[in-house]
Design a protein around this ligand. Structure first.
Ligand code: GDP
Length: 444
Protein backbone atom coordinates (compact mmCIF):
# COMPACT_ATOMS: atom_id res chain seq x y z
CA UNK A 1 0.00 0.00 0.00
CA UNK A 2 1.16 3.49 -0.73
CA UNK A 3 2.52 5.59 2.12
CA UNK A 4 2.69 2.71 4.55
CA UNK A 5 5.91 3.94 6.08
CA UNK A 6 4.58 7.38 6.81
CA UNK A 7 1.24 6.06 8.09
CA UNK A 8 2.91 3.58 10.43
CA UNK A 9 5.11 6.24 11.93
CA UNK A 10 2.26 8.70 12.38
CA UNK A 11 0.05 6.08 13.95
CA UNK A 12 2.72 5.40 16.55
CA UNK A 13 3.02 9.07 17.35
CA UNK A 14 -0.70 9.42 17.92
CA UNK A 15 -0.91 6.29 20.02
CA UNK A 16 1.49 7.82 22.50
CA UNK A 17 -0.68 10.86 23.07
CA UNK A 18 -2.64 10.00 26.12
CA UNK A 19 -2.95 13.14 28.17
CA UNK A 20 -6.41 14.25 29.15
CA UNK A 21 -8.74 17.14 28.56
CA UNK A 22 -6.66 19.86 27.08
CA UNK A 23 -3.76 19.27 24.75
CA UNK A 24 -0.70 20.43 26.65
CA UNK A 25 2.15 22.22 24.99
CA UNK A 26 4.60 19.50 25.99
CA UNK A 27 2.40 16.75 24.57
CA UNK A 28 1.81 18.50 21.30
CA UNK A 29 5.44 19.50 20.88
CA UNK A 30 6.68 16.00 21.55
CA UNK A 31 4.21 14.49 19.12
CA UNK A 32 4.91 17.06 16.45
CA UNK A 33 8.64 16.44 16.70
CA UNK A 34 7.91 12.89 15.66
CA UNK A 35 5.49 13.98 12.96
CA UNK A 36 8.20 16.27 11.61
CA UNK A 37 10.70 13.43 11.42
CA UNK A 38 8.15 11.19 9.74
CA UNK A 39 7.34 13.82 7.13
CA UNK A 40 10.99 14.55 6.38
CA UNK A 41 11.67 10.84 6.00
CA UNK A 42 8.71 10.70 3.62
CA UNK A 43 10.61 13.22 1.52
CA UNK A 44 8.25 16.10 2.08
CA UNK A 45 9.88 19.43 1.23
CA UNK A 46 11.52 20.81 4.39
CA UNK A 47 9.98 24.26 4.03
CA UNK A 48 6.58 22.67 3.72
CA UNK A 49 7.24 20.56 6.82
CA UNK A 50 8.25 23.61 8.82
CA UNK A 51 5.13 25.56 7.89
CA UNK A 52 2.94 22.55 8.43
CA UNK A 53 4.25 21.82 11.91
CA UNK A 54 3.88 25.46 12.87
CA UNK A 55 0.27 25.54 11.69
CA UNK A 56 -0.67 22.35 13.53
CA UNK A 57 1.11 23.45 16.69
CA UNK A 58 -0.63 26.80 16.78
CA UNK A 59 -3.99 25.15 16.45
CA UNK A 60 -3.38 22.22 18.77
CA UNK A 61 -1.83 23.68 21.90
CA UNK A 62 -4.39 24.45 24.53
CA UNK A 63 -7.20 23.10 22.40
CA UNK A 64 -9.98 21.33 24.23
CA UNK A 65 -10.27 17.70 23.35
CA UNK A 66 -13.74 17.16 21.94
CA UNK A 67 -16.00 14.85 23.83
CA UNK A 68 -15.97 11.43 22.33
CA UNK A 69 -12.40 11.78 21.13
CA UNK A 70 -9.19 11.07 22.91
CA UNK A 71 -6.22 13.47 22.70
CA UNK A 72 -4.51 11.37 20.05
CA UNK A 73 -7.60 11.51 17.89
CA UNK A 74 -7.87 15.24 18.50
CA UNK A 75 -4.36 15.76 17.14
CA UNK A 76 -5.12 13.48 14.20
CA UNK A 77 -8.14 15.65 13.46
CA UNK A 78 -6.00 18.77 13.33
CA UNK A 79 -3.14 17.13 11.41
CA UNK A 80 -5.66 15.78 8.92
CA UNK A 81 -7.32 19.15 8.40
CA UNK A 82 -3.98 20.87 7.90
CA UNK A 83 -2.87 18.19 5.44
CA UNK A 84 -6.01 18.69 3.40
CA UNK A 85 -5.36 22.43 3.42
CA UNK A 86 -1.77 21.82 2.34
CA UNK A 87 -3.00 19.99 -0.71
CA UNK A 88 -5.45 22.71 -1.62
CA UNK A 89 -8.65 21.66 0.19
CA UNK A 90 -10.78 21.28 -2.90
CA UNK A 91 -10.56 19.06 -5.95
CA UNK A 92 -9.57 21.08 -9.00
CA UNK A 93 -11.15 20.22 -12.31
CA UNK A 94 -9.41 20.94 -15.59
CA UNK A 95 -11.31 23.91 -16.96
CA UNK A 96 -12.84 23.03 -20.34
CA UNK A 97 -14.60 25.45 -22.63
CA UNK A 98 -18.23 24.63 -23.29
CA UNK A 99 -19.64 23.41 -26.57
CA UNK A 100 -17.57 23.22 -29.73
CA UNK A 101 -15.01 25.78 -28.71
CA UNK A 102 -11.62 24.07 -28.59
CA UNK A 103 -9.80 23.71 -25.29
CA UNK A 104 -6.10 23.29 -25.93
CA UNK A 105 -4.14 21.37 -23.33
CA UNK A 106 -0.36 21.08 -23.47
CA UNK A 107 1.25 18.21 -21.61
CA UNK A 108 4.78 18.82 -20.37
CA UNK A 109 7.25 16.89 -18.25
CA UNK A 110 10.51 14.99 -18.11
CA UNK A 111 11.10 11.85 -20.13
CA UNK A 112 9.86 8.76 -18.36
CA UNK A 113 7.50 10.64 -16.07
CA UNK A 114 4.53 9.06 -17.85
CA UNK A 115 3.54 11.96 -20.08
CA UNK A 116 2.57 9.97 -23.17
CA UNK A 117 0.67 7.37 -21.16
CA UNK A 118 -1.11 10.06 -19.15
CA UNK A 119 -2.04 11.96 -22.31
CA UNK A 120 -3.88 8.87 -23.56
CA UNK A 121 -5.43 8.26 -20.13
CA UNK A 122 -6.72 11.81 -20.05
CA UNK A 123 -8.16 11.51 -23.57
CA UNK A 124 -10.11 8.44 -22.45
CA UNK A 125 -11.45 10.32 -19.49
CA UNK A 126 -12.56 13.29 -21.56
CA UNK A 127 -14.21 10.96 -24.04
CA UNK A 128 -16.20 9.42 -21.21
CA UNK A 129 -17.32 12.89 -20.22
CA UNK A 130 -18.72 13.37 -23.69
CA UNK A 131 -15.90 15.52 -25.02
CA UNK A 132 -14.38 15.04 -28.46
CA UNK A 133 -10.65 14.77 -27.86
CA UNK A 134 -7.84 14.82 -30.39
CA UNK A 135 -4.25 13.96 -29.51
CA UNK A 136 -1.28 15.67 -31.15
CA UNK A 137 2.14 14.00 -31.26
CA UNK A 138 4.74 16.74 -30.86
CA UNK A 139 7.54 14.66 -29.37
CA UNK A 140 9.71 14.54 -32.46
CA UNK A 141 12.90 13.43 -30.78
CA UNK A 142 11.70 10.03 -29.78
CA UNK A 143 10.06 8.32 -32.79
CA UNK A 144 8.83 5.64 -30.41
CA UNK A 145 6.81 8.30 -28.60
CA UNK A 146 4.75 9.04 -31.71
CA UNK A 147 4.11 5.36 -32.23
CA UNK A 148 3.28 4.88 -28.53
CA UNK A 149 0.75 7.69 -28.70
CA UNK A 150 -0.83 6.14 -31.79
CA UNK A 151 -1.12 2.74 -30.09
CA UNK A 152 -2.57 4.20 -26.90
CA UNK A 153 -4.88 6.53 -28.81
CA UNK A 154 -6.23 3.60 -30.73
CA UNK A 155 -6.85 1.68 -27.52
CA UNK A 156 -8.84 4.65 -26.25
CA UNK A 157 -10.67 5.09 -29.52
CA UNK A 158 -9.23 8.58 -29.87
CA UNK A 159 -7.66 10.00 -33.03
CA UNK A 160 -3.99 10.94 -32.97
CA UNK A 161 -2.68 13.72 -35.19
CA UNK A 162 0.97 13.35 -36.19
CA UNK A 163 3.33 14.60 -38.88
CA UNK A 164 6.33 12.38 -38.20
CA UNK A 165 9.57 13.82 -36.83
CA UNK A 166 10.63 16.20 -39.60
CA UNK A 167 8.54 19.21 -38.66
CA UNK A 168 8.99 21.63 -35.80
CA UNK A 169 6.74 20.93 -32.79
CA UNK A 170 5.17 24.36 -33.09
CA UNK A 171 4.21 23.70 -36.73
CA UNK A 172 2.74 20.30 -35.86
CA UNK A 173 0.76 21.91 -33.06
CA UNK A 174 -0.57 24.64 -35.36
CA UNK A 175 -1.64 22.04 -37.91
CA UNK A 176 -3.26 20.01 -35.13
CA UNK A 177 -5.31 23.02 -34.02
CA UNK A 178 -6.50 23.48 -37.57
CA UNK A 179 -7.30 19.79 -37.94
CA UNK A 180 -9.26 19.88 -34.68
CA UNK A 181 -11.36 22.88 -35.64
CA UNK A 182 -12.08 21.52 -39.13
CA UNK A 183 -13.13 18.15 -37.80
CA UNK A 184 -15.24 19.12 -34.84
CA UNK A 185 -12.85 18.19 -32.01
CA UNK A 186 -13.32 20.32 -28.91
CA UNK A 187 -10.41 19.11 -26.78
CA UNK A 188 -6.90 19.06 -28.17
CA UNK A 189 -4.20 17.46 -26.04
CA UNK A 190 -0.65 18.13 -27.20
CA UNK A 191 2.01 15.64 -26.15
CA UNK A 192 5.37 17.41 -26.06
CA UNK A 193 8.93 16.15 -25.83
CA UNK A 194 10.58 15.61 -22.49
CA UNK A 195 14.25 15.29 -21.63
CA UNK A 196 15.98 13.24 -19.00
CA UNK A 197 16.70 16.40 -17.02
CA UNK A 198 15.45 19.94 -17.10
CA UNK A 199 17.37 21.63 -19.92
CA UNK A 200 17.32 24.92 -21.77
CA UNK A 201 16.40 23.62 -25.21
CA UNK A 202 13.35 21.80 -23.84
CA UNK A 203 12.17 24.91 -22.02
CA UNK A 204 12.71 27.06 -25.09
CA UNK A 205 10.70 24.69 -27.22
CA UNK A 206 7.83 24.72 -24.74
CA UNK A 207 7.97 28.50 -24.45
CA UNK A 208 7.81 28.69 -28.23
CA UNK A 209 4.74 26.48 -28.26
CA UNK A 210 3.09 28.57 -25.60
CA UNK A 211 3.85 31.77 -27.47
CA UNK A 212 2.38 30.57 -30.75
CA UNK A 213 -0.52 28.43 -29.69
CA UNK A 214 -3.42 29.60 -27.58
CA UNK A 215 -2.78 27.11 -24.75
CA UNK A 216 -5.64 27.01 -22.25
CA UNK A 217 -4.11 24.55 -19.82
CA UNK A 218 -0.49 23.61 -19.40
CA UNK A 219 -0.35 20.40 -17.41
CA UNK A 220 2.85 19.08 -15.93
CA UNK A 221 3.29 15.34 -15.50
CA UNK A 222 5.66 14.29 -12.71
CA UNK A 223 6.66 10.95 -11.27
CA UNK A 224 5.63 10.65 -7.60
CA UNK A 225 8.36 8.13 -6.93
CA UNK A 226 11.02 10.77 -7.48
CA UNK A 227 9.85 12.63 -4.36
CA UNK A 228 11.70 15.90 -3.87
CA UNK A 229 12.90 15.86 -7.47
CA UNK A 230 9.30 15.90 -8.61
CA UNK A 231 8.74 18.97 -6.45
CA UNK A 232 11.84 20.73 -7.79
CA UNK A 233 10.88 19.89 -11.36
CA UNK A 234 7.41 21.32 -10.76
CA UNK A 235 8.88 24.52 -9.38
CA UNK A 236 11.19 24.94 -12.37
CA UNK A 237 8.51 24.25 -14.98
CA UNK A 238 6.20 26.66 -13.27
CA UNK A 239 8.82 29.39 -13.22
CA UNK A 240 9.96 28.88 -16.81
CA UNK A 241 6.73 28.06 -18.59
CA UNK A 242 3.91 28.55 -16.17
CA UNK A 243 1.78 25.52 -15.39
CA UNK A 244 -1.89 25.32 -14.50
CA UNK A 245 -1.83 22.00 -12.73
CA UNK A 246 0.07 18.81 -12.08
CA UNK A 247 -0.65 15.16 -12.72
CA UNK A 248 1.24 12.95 -10.32
CA UNK A 249 2.00 9.56 -11.86
CA UNK A 250 3.10 6.25 -10.38
CA UNK A 251 1.44 6.96 -7.07
CA UNK A 252 0.74 3.23 -6.99
CA UNK A 253 4.45 2.65 -6.42
CA UNK A 254 5.08 5.59 -4.12
CA UNK A 255 5.54 4.58 -0.52
CA UNK A 256 6.47 7.97 0.83
CA UNK A 257 3.96 10.55 -0.26
CA UNK A 258 6.37 13.48 -0.14
CA UNK A 259 5.58 14.81 -3.61
CA UNK A 260 1.82 14.61 -3.10
CA UNK A 261 2.11 16.67 0.07
CA UNK A 262 4.57 19.27 -1.19
CA UNK A 263 3.68 20.18 -4.77
CA UNK A 264 0.71 22.41 -4.13
CA UNK A 265 2.40 24.28 -1.37
CA UNK A 266 5.66 24.81 -3.27
CA UNK A 267 4.22 25.74 -6.68
CA UNK A 268 0.81 27.11 -5.75
CA UNK A 269 -0.59 24.85 -8.47
CA UNK A 270 -3.05 22.06 -7.77
CA UNK A 271 -2.61 18.36 -8.33
CA UNK A 272 -5.38 17.50 -10.79
CA UNK A 273 -5.11 13.76 -11.25
CA UNK A 274 -3.01 10.89 -10.03
CA UNK A 275 -1.73 7.93 -12.02
CA UNK A 276 -2.37 4.69 -10.20
CA UNK A 277 -0.98 2.12 -12.65
CA UNK A 278 0.14 1.38 -16.17
CA UNK A 279 -3.31 0.61 -17.57
CA UNK A 280 -5.03 3.36 -19.49
CA UNK A 281 -7.87 3.44 -17.00
CA UNK A 282 -5.54 3.97 -14.04
CA UNK A 283 -6.05 7.69 -13.69
CA UNK A 284 -7.94 9.08 -10.72
CA UNK A 285 -9.18 12.50 -9.83
CA UNK A 286 -7.20 14.00 -6.98
CA UNK A 287 -9.09 14.53 -3.72
CA UNK A 288 -7.04 16.30 -1.04
CA UNK A 289 -9.19 14.87 1.76
CA UNK A 290 -8.93 11.28 0.55
CA UNK A 291 -5.23 11.68 -0.01
CA UNK A 292 -4.75 12.96 3.53
CA UNK A 293 -6.53 9.97 5.00
CA UNK A 294 -4.49 7.66 2.83
CA UNK A 295 -1.29 9.30 3.96
CA UNK A 296 -2.40 9.17 7.57
CA UNK A 297 -3.43 5.58 6.97
CA UNK A 298 -6.38 6.23 9.21
CA UNK A 299 -9.40 6.34 7.00
CA UNK A 300 -11.49 4.60 9.61
CA UNK A 301 -10.34 6.78 12.46
CA UNK A 302 -11.11 9.88 10.42
CA UNK A 303 -14.60 8.65 9.63
CA UNK A 304 -15.14 8.13 13.33
CA UNK A 305 -13.83 11.56 14.18
CA UNK A 306 -16.10 13.18 11.62
CA UNK A 307 -19.03 11.26 12.95
CA UNK A 308 -18.33 12.18 16.54
CA UNK A 309 -17.83 15.82 15.60
CA UNK A 310 -21.06 15.91 13.63
CA UNK A 311 -23.31 13.94 15.92
CA UNK A 312 -22.38 14.60 19.48
CA UNK A 313 -24.15 17.54 20.97
CA UNK A 314 -21.28 19.39 22.60
CA UNK A 315 -23.48 21.36 24.99
CA UNK A 316 -25.26 18.34 26.34
CA UNK A 317 -22.05 16.38 26.58
CA UNK A 318 -20.45 19.19 28.57
CA UNK A 319 -23.41 19.37 30.95
CA UNK A 320 -23.24 15.62 31.50
CA UNK A 321 -19.59 15.83 32.19
CA UNK A 322 -20.14 18.51 34.84
CA UNK A 323 -22.67 16.29 36.55
CA UNK A 324 -20.35 13.33 36.44
CA UNK A 325 -17.62 15.28 38.09
CA UNK A 326 -19.94 16.37 40.86
CA UNK A 327 -21.33 12.86 41.08
CA UNK A 328 -24.82 14.23 40.45
CA UNK A 329 -25.19 11.82 37.59
CA UNK A 330 -28.57 10.13 37.78
CA UNK A 331 -30.53 7.70 35.65
CA UNK A 332 -31.98 10.53 33.58
CA UNK A 333 -28.49 11.49 32.62
CA UNK A 334 -27.74 7.90 31.90
CA UNK A 335 -30.63 7.93 29.45
CA UNK A 336 -29.33 11.12 27.89
CA UNK A 337 -25.87 9.69 27.39
CA UNK A 338 -27.46 6.62 25.84
CA UNK A 339 -29.34 8.83 23.41
CA UNK A 340 -26.06 10.47 22.38
CA UNK A 341 -24.60 7.05 21.92
CA UNK A 342 -27.52 6.02 19.73
CA UNK A 343 -27.01 9.04 17.51
CA UNK A 344 -23.68 7.57 16.65
CA UNK A 345 -25.42 4.33 15.73
CA UNK A 346 -23.57 1.84 13.64
CA UNK A 347 -20.38 2.93 15.22
CA UNK A 348 -19.42 -0.46 16.54
CA UNK A 349 -18.40 -1.56 13.07
CA UNK A 350 -16.20 1.47 12.68
CA UNK A 351 -14.85 1.16 16.20
CA UNK A 352 -13.79 -2.38 15.59
CA UNK A 353 -11.43 -1.17 12.87
CA UNK A 354 -9.66 1.26 15.12
CA UNK A 355 -6.17 0.49 16.29
CA UNK A 356 -6.11 -0.16 20.02
CA UNK A 357 -9.85 -0.49 20.47
CA UNK A 358 -9.79 -4.26 20.39
CA UNK A 359 -9.65 -4.76 24.15
CA UNK A 360 -12.62 -2.48 24.74
CA UNK A 361 -14.65 -3.96 21.96
CA UNK A 362 -16.71 -6.31 24.07
CA UNK A 363 -17.82 -3.58 26.41
CA UNK A 364 -18.63 -1.30 23.51
CA UNK A 365 -20.59 -3.94 21.71
CA UNK A 366 -22.60 -4.69 24.83
CA UNK A 367 -23.43 -1.06 25.35
CA UNK A 368 -24.30 -0.60 21.70
CA UNK A 369 -26.52 -3.63 21.53
CA UNK A 370 -29.91 -2.36 20.41
CA UNK A 371 -31.92 -4.81 22.46
CA UNK A 372 -29.95 -4.12 25.61
CA UNK A 373 -30.33 -0.42 25.07
CA UNK A 374 -34.08 -0.73 24.70
CA UNK A 375 -34.27 -2.87 27.82
CA UNK A 376 -32.16 -0.44 29.83
CA UNK A 377 -34.35 2.39 28.64
CA UNK A 378 -37.46 0.43 29.66
CA UNK A 379 -36.12 -0.12 33.15
CA UNK A 380 -35.12 3.50 33.66
CA UNK A 381 -38.46 4.76 32.36
CA UNK A 382 -40.24 2.53 34.88
CA UNK A 383 -38.58 4.40 37.71
CA UNK A 384 -40.16 7.45 39.30
CA UNK A 385 -38.36 10.75 38.71
CA UNK A 386 -37.24 10.67 42.32
CA UNK A 387 -35.75 7.23 41.90
CA UNK A 388 -34.00 8.30 38.74
CA UNK A 389 -32.29 11.27 40.31
CA UNK A 390 -31.59 9.54 43.56
CA UNK A 391 -30.87 5.86 42.91
CA UNK A 392 -29.85 5.19 46.51
CA UNK A 393 -33.52 4.92 47.50
CA UNK A 394 -33.94 1.86 45.30
CA UNK A 395 -34.88 -0.81 47.84
CA UNK A 396 -35.98 -4.38 46.93
CA UNK A 397 -39.68 -3.53 46.76
CA UNK A 398 -39.09 -0.57 44.48
CA UNK A 399 -36.88 -2.74 42.29
CA UNK A 400 -39.59 -5.39 42.09
CA UNK A 401 -42.11 -2.77 40.99
CA UNK A 402 -39.71 -1.42 38.36
CA UNK A 403 -38.99 -4.92 37.04
CA UNK A 404 -42.70 -5.55 36.68
CA UNK A 405 -43.22 -2.23 34.93
CA UNK A 406 -40.42 -2.91 32.46
CA UNK A 407 -41.42 -6.52 31.96
CA UNK A 408 -38.03 -7.88 32.97
CA UNK A 409 -36.67 -10.10 35.69
CA UNK A 410 -35.61 -8.32 38.86
CA UNK A 411 -32.07 -9.57 38.28
CA UNK A 412 -31.90 -7.27 35.23
CA UNK A 413 -32.81 -4.28 37.38
CA UNK A 414 -30.19 -5.28 39.92
CA UNK A 415 -27.62 -5.66 37.17
CA UNK A 416 -28.35 -2.21 35.78
CA UNK A 417 -28.27 -0.54 39.19
CA UNK A 418 -25.01 -2.24 39.98
CA UNK A 419 -23.51 -1.26 36.65
CA UNK A 420 -24.73 2.28 37.16
CA UNK A 421 -23.21 2.51 40.65
CA UNK A 422 -19.95 1.20 39.35
CA UNK A 423 -19.96 3.70 36.56
CA UNK A 424 -20.65 6.52 38.96
CA UNK A 425 -17.77 5.43 41.13
CA UNK A 426 -15.42 5.37 38.18
CA UNK A 427 -16.64 8.76 37.03
CA UNK A 428 -16.06 10.28 40.42
CA UNK A 429 -12.47 9.17 40.32
CA UNK A 430 -11.93 10.43 36.80
CA UNK A 431 -9.85 13.57 36.72
CA UNK A 432 -11.42 15.55 33.91
CA UNK A 433 -13.15 15.36 30.59
CA UNK A 434 -13.16 11.64 30.11
CA UNK A 435 -16.09 11.38 27.79
CA UNK A 436 -19.55 10.44 28.85
CA UNK A 437 -20.71 7.25 27.26
CA UNK A 438 -21.83 4.25 29.20
CA UNK A 439 -19.72 1.29 28.35
CA UNK A 440 -17.05 3.34 26.66
CA UNK A 441 -15.67 4.40 30.02
CA UNK A 442 -14.32 7.64 28.61
CA UNK A 443 -11.16 8.04 26.63
CA UNK A 444 -8.31 5.63 26.85
P1 GDP B 1 6.99 9.74 -20.99
O1 GDP B 1 8.41 9.55 -21.38
O2 GDP B 1 6.86 10.80 -19.97
O3 GDP B 1 6.07 9.92 -22.13
O4 GDP B 1 6.59 8.42 -20.21
P2 GDP B 1 5.70 7.18 -20.66
O5 GDP B 1 4.30 7.57 -20.84
O6 GDP B 1 6.38 6.49 -21.79
O7 GDP B 1 5.77 6.30 -19.34
C1 GDP B 1 6.98 5.77 -18.81
C2 GDP B 1 6.67 4.50 -18.06
O8 GDP B 1 5.92 4.76 -16.91
C3 GDP B 1 5.85 3.51 -18.87
O9 GDP B 1 6.36 2.21 -18.65
C4 GDP B 1 4.45 3.65 -18.30
O10 GDP B 1 3.70 2.46 -18.41
C5 GDP B 1 4.75 3.95 -16.85
N1 GDP B 1 3.68 4.67 -16.17
C6 GDP B 1 3.07 5.81 -16.54
N2 GDP B 1 2.15 6.20 -15.63
C7 GDP B 1 2.17 5.27 -14.63
C8 GDP B 1 1.46 5.10 -13.39
O11 GDP B 1 0.60 5.90 -12.97
N3 GDP B 1 1.77 4.01 -12.65
C9 GDP B 1 2.73 3.11 -13.06
N4 GDP B 1 2.97 2.08 -12.26
N5 GDP B 1 3.40 3.25 -14.20
C10 GDP B 1 3.15 4.30 -14.99
Amino acid sequence: MAFENLSDKLQNVFKNLRSKGRLTEADVKAALKEVKMALLEADVNFKVVKQFIKAVQERAIGQDVMNGLNPGQMVIKIVNEEMVALMGNETTEIALKPGNEITIIMMVGLQGAGKTTTTAKLAGLFKKKGRKPLLAACDIYRPAAIQQLHINGEKQGVEVFSMGDKNKPVDIAKAAVEHASKNGYNTLIIDTAGRLHVDESMMEELQELKKNIQIDQCILVVDAMTGQDAVNVSETFNEKIGIDGVILTKLDGDTRGGAALSIRSVTGRPILYVGMGEKLTDLEQFYPDRMASRILGMGDVLTLIDKVSAEVDEEKAKALEQKMKKAEFGFDDYLESMAQMKKMGGLSSILSMLPGVGSQMKQIEEAMDEKKMAQTEGIILSMTPKERSNPSILNPSRKRRIAQGAGVDISEVNRLVKQFEQMRKVMKSMPKNMGGFPGLGGSK
